[in-house]
Write a protein that binds this ligand. Structure first.
Ligand code: GLU
Length: 317
């Protein structure tokens, strides 16, 4: 994926804005996911739009029991409440099945028996099936289904934070999985179907998902769905410069003491700490944040959680 600096007009017109936050319940809400939640919420509020929460619980092997509810409870403690019913992907299998069937019927998707090791020689990129037939694998009782990606299929889009992006999906990713060999839906299919079904106009999320966006745009085109606007927020790095991950319990948030974490997320979004200095409650903080939020200040580069907490400005009361 390649890109260069480009600034998008965040103050665009009256079209209905609908944003979302879509956590996977693989752990408790951490500083990085709060940043995505708060950033997407702020942009939705800035546009007078709606903000929806969707639980992406399609991967039982990676799910942590109780995490979804704890994430929702934490979001409430941070004052970030879904403007509509919370959708759970685990209850929407029929939607994904119908979309997959459409793609299969149109020969835009195909059944694939290739294993990881079959594709090792091509770096995991699938361009044609190399498996000789169905595998005998109890962990993968079904065949996978992949999207057929045409040679040279290249996607370009303008990211609201990161500017113009371009990916040669055929060469860099290949035919990608829509339903896994273990029978579970792939994230790429479910996210595209749900964003369209929920009428999401603007997808604001962490930059760790930037690389998935061209796949999602190709899939939208294959399904005849509109492509939303995208903005990818800077990642938070831990003290060792590694991305914070939801499954890492290293930086749990304390929902009982929400102001410091919201101030830290605000700073990571490039916003002036002084705007939130005088606030004493979550309600006051969110209202002050809405008043002074400046989308153009969102940085492109990742920031370090440690550096943020050491910044006296972000911790001032
Ligand atoms: N469920 C994905 C995650 O938690 C995010 C999906 C998205 O925002 O598109 O990483």
């Amino acid at each position: 994926m390649s890109g260069h600096k480009h600034s998008i007009d965040f103050e665009r017109g009256a079209a209905a804005y609908r944003g979302r936050f879509a956590p996977s319940p693989t752990g408790d809400l951490h500083a990085g996911s709060l940043l995505a939640a708060f950033g997407s919420w702020l942009l939705a509020r800035r546009h007078g739009g709606q903000w929806l929460v969707r639980i992406e619980d399609l991967d039982p092997p990676r799910e942590v029991p109780g995490a979804a509810q704890r994430q929702l409870d934490a979001l409430s403690a941070f004052g970030l409440l879904s403007d509509g019913p919370v959708v759970r992907q685990s209850q929407r299998h029929a939607l994904y099945a119908a979309s997959l069937q459409r793609l299969l019927d149109a020969d835009q998707a195909f059944v694939c028996h290739c294993s990881r090791s079959d594709l090792a020689a091509s770096g995991g990129v699938h361009r044609r099936c190399v498996a000789h037939g169905p595998r005998v694998d109890h962990a993968a009782p079904q065949a996978a289904v992949r999207l057929r990606v045409a040679d040279g299929a290249t996607v370009e889009f303008d990211d609201g934070v990161l500017g113009r992006q371009r990916q040669d999906v055929a060469r860099e990713v290949g035919d990608f999985v829509l339903r896994r060999a273990d029978g579970h839906w792939a994230y790429q299919l479910a996210v595209v179907v749900d964003d369209a079904d929920q009428g999401i106009s603007d997808i604001v999320r962490g930059a760790d998902l930037l690389d998935s966006t061209p796949r999602q745009i190709l899939l939208q085109r294959a399904l005849g769905l509109p492509t939303p606007a995208y903005a990818h927020l800077p990642l938070l790095l831990d003290a060792h410069g590694r991305k914070l991950s939801k499954s890492e319990a290293a930086h749990p948030l304390d929902p009982a003491d929400p102001l410091p974490a919201l101030r830290a997320a605000w700073a990571a979004l490039g916003q002036a700490p002084q705007a939130l200095v005088a606030v004493e409650t979550v309600t006051q903080l969110l209202s002050a944040a809405c008043d002074s939020f400046s989308p153009a200040q969102i940085p492109q580069a990742a920031s370090s959680l440690a550096a943020m907490h050491n910044d006296p400005g972000t911790n001032a009361v």
